[in-house]
Design a protein around this ligand. Structure first.
Ligand code: LLP
Length: 412
């Protein structure tokens, strides 16, 4: 399925011309295809259709309420990492009994908020956190459902900034310590061990590291069940990768083929926390060329979006496909840069691209995940609008910020 495509030399999202979106909503604007979001969710859901499973959409990838609402209506739960994401998940209308909460640094206030909301489970990342949850749960007279996030020490073979499942990183509880900690939960009156979780990284193009890690986690789950600790949930991550450039990621079907038999053996419900796979290729950043300029070294195409809108190229040297909204054949090698006062403010370096002139519209693809959600007001720039297209109808999912938004909450 391809929701961004040329029709009569003009780029469309579903049934809407991107030039019409620019006219109606201005630029820069994130554009999301509802059909693509639904397709991605359903593909994942179907792959695990023959075992009990809960898909907890990872709100950090894109926490726009309208995007979340689309997923909630398909039955998605949420993976949250902060009180803010819990607030948004509840606003979206996600059933708290489908919300799981991960983070190495949950504050006491956030823990209490989640306990009072009766979420499905905390993914606990340390002994100290487990004891804190137990104490707060006792204070308010509830029993906290927990899973331990086990760090299986497996290299996910992805970008180091988005690898998590090795002991040199801060995440989770080393696999050899997990057993003792599970035993400890028995002595804590206000926590109940419900599950086990792992997440070894993001943008995984091969499922092998997940399968390897899952093997360790399932082994542990079986051992715990042998000690009469009946876990109900096994939460398996890393996040499946998408194609940004020329990757050929293994998809959910390949993962399911290897994982489903293991999960079945435990009798547990499978939980997953996908973000990028659901929304990554469903969104793009629509921006307008302000100027072009040639210096002795190279040619620059300067656009009205910046690293404050989409930081992935600056932060990870990430590749995002770039298209001219008007299909043109002639190409040239350019740098695509934004207006921000940093040399790191770029979307492409020395890339052969269709020719762009001042006023042209550009589409930066695969920006649905970790695009808007990582955006900022750096350089006092207004955060972009977000628009969802469904069929031939675009609708505003977040209005562009105003100058007044910039100073809200500040004192003179
Ligand atoms: N669950 C946990 C515990 C995670 O740490 C993550 C991602 C996810 C779920 C969702 O992973 P996904 O399905 O999206 O791969 N900003 C980076 C990605 C950071 C991912 C952090 N954790 C990027 O732009 O590539």
């Amino acid at each position: 399925m391809e929701s961004f495509y040329y029709d009569n030399q003009t780029l469309c999202c579903e049934g809407v011309k991107l030039s019409d979106i620019a006219r109606q909503f201005d630029t820069p604007t994130f554009v999301y295809s509802q059909a693509q979001i639904e397709h991605n969710f359903r593909t994942l859901d179907a792959a695990f259709g023959n075992i009990p499973h809960v898909i907890c959409y990872s709100l950090k990838a894109n926490s726009n309420l309208s995007v979340g609402r689309i997923l909630a209506s398909l039955g998605a739960g949420a993976d949250i990492v902060s009180g803010g994401e819990l607030f948004k998940a509840l606003k979206i209308g996600i059933d708290p009994q489908r919300i799981v909460y991960a983070s190495v640094g949950k504050s006491p206030a956030e823990i209490e908020y989640a306990l009072r909301a009766h979420i499905l489970m905390f993914n606990v990342e340390s002994r100290a956190e487990l004891e804190t949850i137990n104490r707060i749960a006792a204070d308010i007279g509830v029993v906290a459902p927990v899973a331990l996030r086990v760090n299986p020490n497996i290299d996910a073979k992805t970008h180091p900034y988005i690898t998590t499942g090795m002991t040199k990183y801060k995440f989770g509880i080393p696999v050899d310590e997990a057993l003792d900690l599970y035993r400890l939960t028995r002595t804590l009156t206000n926590v109940a061990a419900k599950g086990i979780q792992m997440h070894i990284g993001s943008q995984l193009v091969s499922v092998n590291p997940i399968v390897q890690a899952a093997t360790r986690i399932v082994e542990l789950a079986l051992q715990l069940q042998g000690e009469e600790m009946p876990l109900e949930y096994i939460n398996i991550g890393g996040g499946l990768g998408i194609r940004y450039k020329d990757e050929t990621p293994e998809g959910p079907e390949v993962l399911a083929e290897k994982i489903v038999p293991m999960i079945k053996e435990t009798g547990c419900t499978l939980v997953m926390e996908p973000g990028r796979f659901i929304v990554g290729n469903a969104g793009a950043l629509l921006t307008r060329v302000l100027y072009t300029k040639q210096n002795p070294a190279k040619k620059f195409v300067i656009v009205d979006a910046g690293m404050n809108d989409l930081i992935r190229p600056s932060l990870y040297d990430a590749y995002h496909p770039i298209l001219n909204v008007a299909e043109v054949e002639e190409t040239e090698q350019v740098d695509v840069v934004g207006p921000i006062c940093e040399s790191g403010d770029f979307f492409a370096h020395e890339r052969e691209l269709p020719r762009f002139a001042s006023g042209d519209l550009m589409l930066i693809k695969c920006a649905g995940a970790y695009g808007f959600s990582m955006s900022s007001n750096y350089n006092a720039r207004l955060r972009a609008a977000e628009v969802i297209v469904s069929g031939d109808t675009p609708r505003l999912a977040r209005r562009r910020e105003t100058y007044e938004d910039l100073v809200r909450g500040e004192e003179l």
